[in-house]
Design a protein around this ligand. Structure first.
Ligand SMILES: Cc1cc2nc3c(=O)[nH]c(=O)nc-3n(C[C@H](O)[C@H](O)[C@H](O)COP(=O)(O)O)c2cc1C
Length: 303
């Protein structure tokens, strides 16, 4: 009971889940995450057609995290829909959040419908990929486009729609439009546009040159994004960015998140990190004499 939360209409046994893009399409890996205590699993973003992604190198370590430009490699929405079903059937009832990406409202609609058909309990719209040309960040930075995309998808699905937004000067406007369009929750934030240069080749390391920075380096940025959006909207928020332990998870919750996702550090440490974060949150609640993780949400605003 202490760890149970509700976010975007989903009831989760714990507030910790993986971030999109760091879990393979693998029922066994997904099951391990749930067994480690995760409240839900989040699948990789899917486009209408299969994408092989960018050439290697796609990921490089930097101080405080990674820069990646995987290029939304995915099997396409039809195949993904079958994989959603396979993963869902292996989880014993734990929620599956599927992720849709696209470069038009029509593509988001089609992909989301297929993911829902596959049995997804919610669809997260990736409106913020920093290295997906024609979709992703360009789309997410235009509040009207965000609102229009969410409205169309939310109007046609039965399951909750979650809008995943990235860093932008108009983040609060985009959040307001997403909520106005019917998003039941917001996931904040995606990785942050970044470049790593090799000083000997004197060239960007990644084949795509630009990638997204994730990991501890972006944590305070994510906390600020969650704080601002919660203050202005009071929305259900899933906080993501640089979570590496219970303390960084709790910071996001105090800023206003009801649940958190772990990306880069899950890639690095495996599902054990989920169990560690959950144990740490439980201990923190006990030490602080707080009944439930729900009582922590947004507490930093009362300071
Ligand atoms: C290798 C990799 C692949 C990712 N792929 C996706 C993706 O498919 N869809 C998405 O919405 N976010 C994707 N992300 C972004 C993460 O979901 C998350 O928003 C970001 O990494 C910040 O969290 P973190 O600092 O805990 O990694 C990816 C991140 C990484 C590191």
């Amino acid at each position: 009971m202490r760890l149970e939360v509700e976010v975007g209409g989903l009831r989760l046994k714990s507030p910790v889940m993986n971030a999109s893009g760091v879990l393979e399409w693998d029922p066994i890996q997904a099951r391990r995450l749930i067994d480690a205590g995760a409240g839900a699993v989040v699948l990789k973003s899917t486009t209408r057609e299969p994408r092989r992604g960018y050439d290697w190198p796609r990921m490089v370590r930097v101080f405080g995290g990674f820069v990646n430009a995987v290029g939304l490699a995915n099997p396409g929405a039809r195949e993904a829909s079958k994989l959603v079903r396979l993963i869902k059937d292996s989880l014993g009832g734990a929620p599956v959040i599927a992720s849709a990406a696209g470069s038009s409202v029509e593509e988001f609609l089609e992909v989301s419908a297929l993911l829902e058909d596959g049995g997804a309990d919610a669809v997260e719209l990736n409106l913020s990929c920093p290295h997906f040309r024609g979709g992703g960040i360009e789309l997410g930075q235009d509040p009207n486009l965000v609102g229009e995309t969410v409205k169309n998808v939310a109007g046609s699905l039965k399951v909750p729609v979650i809008a995943k937004l990235g860093l932008s000067d108009r983040l609060v406007d985009s959040a307001v439009k997403a909520l106005g369009g019917g998003a039941r929750a917001l996931t904040l934030i995606n990785s942050v546009k970044a470049i790593k240069i090799d000083v000997y080749t004197k060239k960007p390391v990644l084949s795509n040159k630009v990638g997204g920075l994730s990991g501890p380096a972006i944590h305070p940025i994510a906390v600020r994004a969650v704080y601002d959006v919660y203050r202005e909207t009071g929305a259900d928020i899933i906080g993501v960015g640089g979570v590496r332990d219970w303390e960084t998870a709790v910071e996001l919750i105090l800023a206003g998140a009801r649940a958190v996702q772990v990306g880069a550090m899950l890639l690095e440490k495996g599902e054990l990190i989920v169990a560690e974060i959950i144990r740490g949150i439980e201990k923190y609640l006990w030490v602080e004499g707080i009944q439930s993780v729900r009582d922590l949400v947004g507490l930093a605003h009362k300071a």
